[in-house]
Design a protein around this ligand. Structure first.
Ligand code: BEZ
Length: 304
């Protein structure tokens, strides 16, 4: 028995007529009748009541019809899922938070493109929280983010904990701490620019939570749209701001970057993937992360 026999049978039942079913299937009526008779012979049962007009199934025929519909539906679903999986495996959509462009993300993506030239990479800027929804909805396949957000459907792999630094103008009184570093308790009375001004939780929430964890309350936190704006204002002598260490490469004029001595002052960098995702791009991107970390002498955390 082939799937086409089931399709013939189901069409005859649904059209209640051999003639209409033959038209719908674009085949002649005699071969369709023959196929139905062959099916009955193969099963050793009558599927249709003899001489009934419109065509009526027997009780066994009705039972067989319901299962035949299920088999055809499952087959169609399997085919469409397989097609989707094959398409997904050829294009990988990577969500990322923009500050990672100053970190190692460009090197990792470049290496991935070189190693897997058959796979098309699409980069989509997306906050860590939005990445969770985007992963669940299949809008992205991998998400590189900075926050500790968990969700039962998502596996979050922490890759490293990047230290934070304080950006100040080179003539600011705190600039003298450039060698020795300072504690966050020393800056609570300063004007501190936080960013981005997007849906929370975001990097600004992370900074707030670090102060809270340390039992500190910054007196003048001012939220601005994004990191460039914060650094531009610091460069204009308006205040100071905390940045992930790698963002010091942005290179805004007249700034110096001071190490923060509190161990709590770090931003976790993590990779989020769908829990059930067995696709090869997951181990493949992790292999690229590992290789870039080795080149840069950075310890890979990878606690899952
Ligand atoms: C990093 O800078 O550590 C990093 C950035 C993006 C993805 C993975 C790691």
């Amino acid at each position: 028995m082939e799937l086409r026999h089931l399709r013939y049978f189901v069409t005859v039942v649904e059209e209640q007529s051999i003639t209409k079913a033959a038209e719908k299937l674009c085949i002649a009526q005699p071969p369709l009748s023959r196929q139905i008779q062959n099916l009955e012979q193969e099963l050793g049962i009558l599927l249709f009541e003899r001489g009934s007009r419109p065509v009526r199934t027997t009780e066994a025929g009705q039972f067989f019809y319901q299962h035949a519909v299920q088999i055809l539906t499952h087959t169609a679903q399997a085919a469409s899922m397989a097609k989707r999986i094959s398409a997904v495996n050829k294009i990988v959509r990577i969500g990322y938070v923009s500050s990672l462009l100053y970190a190692l993300l460009p090197q990792i993506i470049y290496l991935f493109r070189q190693r897997h030239s058959d796979i098309q990479v699409e980069l989509i800027e997306c906050g860590t929280k939005d990445q969770i929804e985007a992963l669940k909805q299949g809008k992205i396949d991998l998400g590189f983010g900075r926050l500790r957000i968990s969700d039962p459907a998502i596996k979050r792999i922490v890759l490293r904990e990047e230290k934070l630094k304080l950006a100040v103008h080179k003539n600011h009184r705190l600039a003298e701490y450039i060698e020795q570093g300072l504690y966050l308790s020393q800056i609570t009375h300063e004007t501190i620019f936080s960013y981005p001004a997007t849906q929370k939780p975001n990097f600004s929430t992370l900074i707030q939570s670090i102060f809270t964890e340390l039992g500190l309350v910054p007196k003048d936190m001012v939220e601005v749209r994004e990191i460039h704006m914060a650094l531009g204002l610091v460069s204009s002598g308006e205040g100071i701001c905390l940045i992930p260490e790698s963002a010091s490469d942005i290179g805004m004029k007249n700034l110096v970057y001071i190490p923060i001595l509190d161990v709590e002052a770090y931003s976790p960098i993590s990779l989020s993937v769908r829990n059930m995702d067995q696709s090869s791009y997951v181990p493949n991107i992790l292999a690229c992360v590992r290789e870039v970390f080795e080149q840069e002498n950075i310890h890979l955390k990878m606690n899952e």
